[in-house]
Ligand binder design. Structure first.
Ligand code: PXL
Length: 280
């Protein structure tokens, strides 16, 4: 069965919606990170749970710095909600350090929740400001990727993680194979950073079959939080029991609408906007 819906099923008032957790960093500018994730979850009718890993100091111009949350607090947030409220899916975003990655991986592994985990391997902001210590790439590859249902790197992250420079479909396939070999059930190589293209072709691979998801490039100077939003919408669809290809297709449709609705903010780059949902 293939789903083509633009939105996810809503829960009647008074009943608990599906729960989806974000394990990610805070963006004081409200455009990316947990703020983008929670906005996506809410606009899709899900209840968002949060484990904050780091607090960034940033605005529309750039990231000025970040503070890492202590490891026991990162683990404690995940355990507290998983053992009480329960969840149907989770996603990770900014994880900042190899110690935080180890902690998240160990906590997730020990909880054995049996629900999908989307790992968005955030390495840097759109301005190129680092959000992950370079020494943490190995922890991402060896500790977290094997626990992931789906990994969703952009082309810069693909280069850092695999050494492969994606320039065309053949190298995008090579990258998907290399990422899948690191242990996730599915790897999505996002083509949004193929700047020369008029399209944004994403390639999904499960070790056997390739699925392509194409969308016309939305030319906006305001795409802060696009990757977070795609991963959050995909995790939300997975929480509803969508297959991975259907969930990715849903996430892609959602982020494309959010890109069309992006707005300027401050003196730099504005965010993609899930608020379009309020006009539909
Ligand atoms: O969009 C990636 C991202 C994720 N998380 C946080 C961020 C950013 C980009 O700036 O600030 C906290």
């Amino acid at each position: 069965m293939t789903n083509h819906e633009s939105f996810l099923p809503l829960t009647p008032p008074g009943q608990a919606p599906h729960r989806v957790m974000t394990i990610a960093g805070s963006d004081s500018g409200g455009g990316a990170g947990i703020q983008a994730d929670l906005r996506t979850f809410a606009m899709l009718g899900l209840h968002g749970l949060v484990a904050i890993t780091a607090v960034t100091v940033q605005n529309s111009v750039g990231v000025k710095g970040f503070h890492e949350i202590p490891l026991d607090v990162v683990a404690g947030q995940i355990e507290a909600v998983a053992t009480d409220i329960g969840l149907q899916a989770a996603k990770t975003g900014m994880l900042a350090s190899s110690d935080i990655i180890e902690t998240v991986a160990e906590t997730w592994d020990q909880l054995s929740l049996g629900v999908p985990l989307v790992v968005d391997p955030v390495c840097a902001s759109m301005h190129g400001d680092p959000l992950l210590h370079p020494s943490a790439l190995d922890a991402l590859r060896t500790r977290l990727f094997p626990l992931a249902t789906l990994v969703t790197p952009n082309l810069d992250e693909v280069r850092l993680l695999t050494g492969i420079d994606v320039v065309d479909t053949a190298s995008q396939k090579d990258a998907a194979r290399a990422l899948h070999a690191l242990g996730p059930r599915w790897a999505l190589v996002k083509g949004g950073h193929l700047r020369a293209s008029t399209h944004s072709p994403d390639l999904l691979f499960d070790g056997a079959e390739f699925h392509e998801f194409d969308a016309e490039r939305v030319d906006t100077g305001h795409d802060h939080g696009a990757g977070d939003t795609l991963a959050a919408a995909t995790a939300s669809a997975l929480a509803h029991g969508y297959s991975v290809p259907d969930a990715v297709a849903f996430g892609k449709r959602w982020v494309t609408e959010c890109l069309r609705a992006a707005y300027p903010l401050g003196h730099g780059h504005g965010p993609v906007s899930a608020l379009f949902r309020l006009n539909t």
